[in-house]
Design a protein around this ligand. Structure first.
Ligand code: ZN
Length: 97
């Protein structure tokens, strides 16, 4: 988690919860929709890891930077195998459109 912790200081929130979190972590967009149980992100690591439900450093950084109770709830349900969360790949950098 060392890398993610360094990234967490650089997270910029566009929308900061409590249900919808939209942030840029090192210029990569991360969307966490808690009520829809959806994570949208698009870095190369995420592409490879989404299937295995492992989180890249950007998503981890957002979880570290966001409200702790919400993050724990997200992590708990995300790591359940075959849980209800959807991991969706989106364009890496789209907020400036
Ligand atoms: Zn990432």
């Amino acid at each position: 988690m060392g890398r993610a912790r360094r990234e967490a200081g650089k997270v910029q929130f566009l929308i900061a919860g409590p249900d919808l979190w939209i942030a840029a972590a090192s210029a990569y967009n991360v969307v966490i929709d808690v009520s829809a149980k959806r994570v949208q992100h698009g870095c190369r690591d995420f592409l490879g890891q989404a299937r295995e439900r492992r989180l890249c450093k950007h998503v981890a950084a957002l979880l570290l930077a966001m409200d702790r109770e919400v993050a724990l709830e997200v992590l708990r349900s995300l790591t359940v195998p075959y849980g209800e969360w959807h991991l969706e790949v989106i364009a890496a950098r789209g907020f400036k459109n």
